[in-house]
Design a protein around this ligand. Structure first.
Ligand SMILES: Cc1ncc(C[n+]2csc(CCOP(=O)(O)OP(=O)(O)O)c2C)c(N)n1
Length: 358
């Protein structure tokens, strides 16, 4: 059932796919490099987690998603939003906390959101998105929708109780969901081998009778193939799966961490030499799918796109302070919706509680 394979993919893609995948990875990379600069200029506040080096894991897994599928992610979500097609300017504006941001400036870096594109967040609590994604998969199954959920999370989330509850429910209810563990080898500063009793995360699927597999997360085609196949299986056969994509975060855990104290320089250099974007570029040029000049053109395009996004974000208005509590509390005028939640309703508990107290 479960198998671990470091797949090597033959280049079975057409030039349009090659260009699209390259462009989205180049966009994510440039976006994050510029984000880092803007953060150090204090134009972006709060927490900010970069996924430089992990672009293939994001772009490859999201590429096979259909418009009717749903997507969830952790707080390391810039690449997720860009790969699903959220406008670059709106993603940058969200990081700037501006009202034109994808979450109206309320969410910031960790809480990107694009309901229109079925990207339901950006979640800051480690593993918190897994049960919610399972709920979305249950809704799809309940309404007999022919769609699936892709739920991304880091490998440290597999040690959280919610991970086990989520996988168990997905397995016993046969839900259409693919759990994508983006294994970048470290939590905040603890390596996966120090933190996980079973560091090969794909094997954990076996505990729930679920299919698990591992692919090279720096190989965008390997990730895309596995994600596409497992999403198809989830939609058609209601078989959930755990997909482990092996990658590395080149930067620290967040912009507040240089990432050098707990990692050896050689290790970082070794992963740098396996850069997912340059290696893909080399493969598609060698295969004759694109010219180097086309790649250069795309790099210039994304450079301009990100520069424009920064300009727009800087000029955009901040959210109206009067709206600070919007979406936090329910509408008082609609109190009847909570009537059934009173202690006494609907089963008369209030009376019993009172009589017990007196
Ligand atoms: C429930 C919970 N515990 C602790 C934290 C603090 N925390 C934030 S990120 C993180 C490490 C998570 O690592 P991983 O899941 O591997 O994802 P990565 O950051 O590597 O993408 C921790 C412990 C949190 N946000 N939520």
């Amino acid at each position: 059932m479960a198998r671990a394979e470091e797949r090597t993919t033959a280049l079975e893609i057409d030039p349009a796919d090659a260009r699209r995948l390259y462009r989205v990875m180049a966009l994510i990379r440039r976006f994050e490099e510029r984000t880092e600069e803007q953060y150090t200029r204090a134009r972006i506040g709060g927490y900010c987690h970069l996924a430089i080096g992990e672009e293939a894991a994001h772009a490859g897994a999201i590429d096979p998603l259909r418009e009717d599928d749903y997507l969830f992610a952790s707080y390391r979500d810039h690449g997720t939003a860009l790969a699903v097609g959220s406008p670059t300017a709106a993603v940058m504006a969200e990081l700037f906390g501006k009202s034109t941001g994808v979450a109206g400036g309320y969410g910031g870096s960790m809480h990107l959101l694009d309901v229109e594109r079925h990207f339901l967040g950006g979640w800051g609590i480690v593993g918190g998105q897994l049960p919610i994604a399972v709920g979305a998969a249950l809704a799809l199954d309940y309404t007999e929708a022919d769609a699936a959920v892709l739920c991304q999370f880091g490998e440290a989330a597999t040690n959280i109780g919610a991970f086990h509850e989520a996988l168990n429910l997905a397995a016993i209810w046969n839900l259409p969901i693919v759990f994508q563990c983006i294994n970048n080898l470290y939590g905040m500063g603890t390596s996966v081998t120090q933190a996980s009793g079973e560091p090969e995360q794909w094997k954990r699927a076996a505990a729930y009778g679920m299919h698990g597999e591992r692919v090279d997360g720096n190989d965008v085609l390997a990730v895309r193939e596995a994600s596409g196949r497992l999403l198809d299986q989830a939609r058609a056969e209601r078989r959930p799966a755990l997909l482990e994509t092996m990658t590395y975060r080149i930067r620290g855990h967040s912009v507040a961490d240089a990432g050098k104290v707990y990692r050896e320089r050689d290790e970082i250099e070794q992963w740098r030499s396996r850069d997912p974007i340059t290696s893909f570029a080399q493969r598609i040029v060698e295969a004759g799918l694109v010219d180097e000049s086309e790649l250069e053109e795309m790099r210039q395009e994304v450079e301009v796109e990100v520069a424009e996004a920064i300009k727009e974000a800087a000029a955009a208005p901040a959210p109206d302070p009067a709206q600070l509590y919007a979406h936090v509390y329910g509408d008082e005028a609609r109190g009847e919706q909570f009537a059934r939640m009173d202690a006494g309703a609907p089963f008369g508990e209030r009376e019993e509680t009172r009589s017990w107290r007196t």
